[in-house]
Every structure is written in C-alpha cells, then in structure tokens.
Design a protein around this ligand. Sequence first.
Ligand code: SIN
Length: 358
Amino acid sequence: MSSIDLNATKSPHILVLGMGGTIAGLASEPKDKPLQYEAGQVGIGDLLAHIATAVPQGLSLLSRQVANINSRNLTEPLLSELGEVVRESLANPAVIGIVITHGTDTIEESGLFLQATCGKYAHDLGKRVILTGAMLPANALGADGPSNLLDAIRWASISIDNCPGGIFAVMAGRGCMAMDLAKRHGTALNAPIQSSPSSSVGLINPSWLSGVKAVQDSWVEDLPIPKGGEWPWVEILTSHAGARLETITHWLSSDVKGLVLAGSGMGGFHDAWKGPLDQAISQGVALVRTSRTGAGMTRTDIPEKDPDGCRAAGTLSAPRARIALQLALNAAKQAALVGKPLTWQDFFDRIADLPEIR
Ligand code: SIN
C-alpha cells in the first residue's frame, strides 16, 4: 500500500483518496483532551497501513492524497479538483471503486457536489464512490476512523448485485447516498448520519435500495464541474428575529450571483428583506429559499407565493442548496455557450426535485 504505485495501477484495485479531516487528525493529549486536536495531520498511506491486516484478503488498495485539510477550509477549486480526480479514476478500468476520507464538517457539500457531477457516470459504470470520515482523531482511544474506513472499503468492493454503482457515504456502521449525509450534531459518533435515510453496512436494506433506485432513475445527466476559478459567487443568509434590510442591500453592489435564504419554519423570510430581495432579483441575482430548521421540505409558494424566479430548495439544506445553485448557474452558462436555452432554474430543479428516500 503506497501513495500511487504506478506498477500496480493496471491490476484491479480500490482507490482511496485522502482529503484530510478528523479521521486524519491528531490530538496532542489524546487521553485527556481527545477533542482538542488538529485535523488533517496523518497521510492516507499511514491510515491504510494502520488497518492493513483487517482489509479483506486479495483486495488491492492504492491511495492518493488529494488534500489534507480541516474540511471547514474546503474551497471551490479543491472541490473541482476532487471531482476531476473522481471522474478520471472512475474512467480507469483498473479502479473497481473509490473511497474518499473527508472531514465531516463539510462532507455534506462534497456529497451533493459529487452526486450532481459524477453520480450518473458512477452509476452507469457500476462503480461506487464512498465518502467516509470520523468524529475522533486518529490517535484517540476508541477512534472511529479505522472501522469507518474499513466499512467504506468493504462497501466499495461488494458485488453490484448487492448495491448499484453511485455516490455513497458510510459512517458509524451505516451507509446512505452521499447526498443524504449531513453532520447534525457537534460531537456524537453517529453525528453525520443521524437524520438521514440509511442502511446497515452489514445487511443492505432492500427498501432503502429501492429508494436509491428511484433517485438514480431520476438523475439522468451529470452537471459540468466548474473550472477551479469559475465557481459563481453564492452566499447563504439566515433570516432571524430582528433581521435587517442591510443584510440584503449589502450584496446589491457586489458581484454576488446568487443568494440562498435560510428562512425560518417553512422557509419564509423576514418582511424587512422583501424590498431589497425584489431589487436583487431585478438585478439578476439568483434566489433560492430553504429552511434553517434542518429538516423537512421547502415547497414552492409556501408559506407565501415565491417572487418570480426564486426557487424553493425542496429537501436541500442551505449548504447543499448553495452548491446546487452554484452548479446550476455554471451549467446554464455552459449551456448558453452552445446555444441551449436552459436557465439556472432548469438545472437547479433537477437536483431539488430528486425523490426523497424514506
Ligand atoms: C473536519 O471536518 O475536517 C473536521 C471535523 C471532522 O472531520 O469531524
């Protein structure tokens, strides 16, 4: 196991991509203060060496360090790089599956991004891309990283008869579509998966699988990966008691291309925002409404009729809606270059309207 062994790349293997995170983190006082640590300290080769004896016999692993960061510092160019590496690796006939170790803080963004840009490709090829991470640093007592990594490697390598190709995530013994994984607790070991539909890793749940099929049947075309420096600028703004109109007017003289409004309840926003948001729309700023509650759907024209052009985010959380809007704005721009009359709303709706797995 090494960081890309070029002699072995022609034989079938699982490719393990390291992005950093707590799974690669180290605490300076692991016994007394395991939660005081630095993420992204251990190389992916060392994480794999640690679990080498438990990897199923006969399974070859290769690794590549794409980054080693705390995922709160994830950048758009790095997302583009990850997407390109995943697409290239999927195209390699020797790669039978891909595992990505990632920080859990923004795994939600990467999961949605990979589904929207590589989900159809992975599914058509019958290959799985599995995101995983950890809540405890690598040197903490009872660190959860090694078992998550092993589960992800096993999930990536199981037969296509048991699980189709696609973009998945595995944490704390459970697997789900990566676009359904989100961190919903600051510290719990199962924090990143709690509120999402999932299946036990040991016994894949048939009713969950039929939900996966419904999503994959609806996802008919991957969106282009924006070039590193070409991601449209999109901000998330949260409505709250005492919200001020300046929160919106601040952006009207900027180059911002889109605003995701994390509204209260069903996704409504403070009346103070109405006037400046109308102005933002008239200036061509794309608007998406979601809810700050962390669960449930944001529906079109509920609680009030949407301003023209504003889109409801369906089940997308604010961080996911932001990535979806960026990809939709970029896709519309690319479509216009080849004379296709498709709007950002056309592309955004494809993501927001995906069936919900129950
Ligand atoms: C990170 O997201 O890089 C740190 C937190 C984590 O991985 O759990």
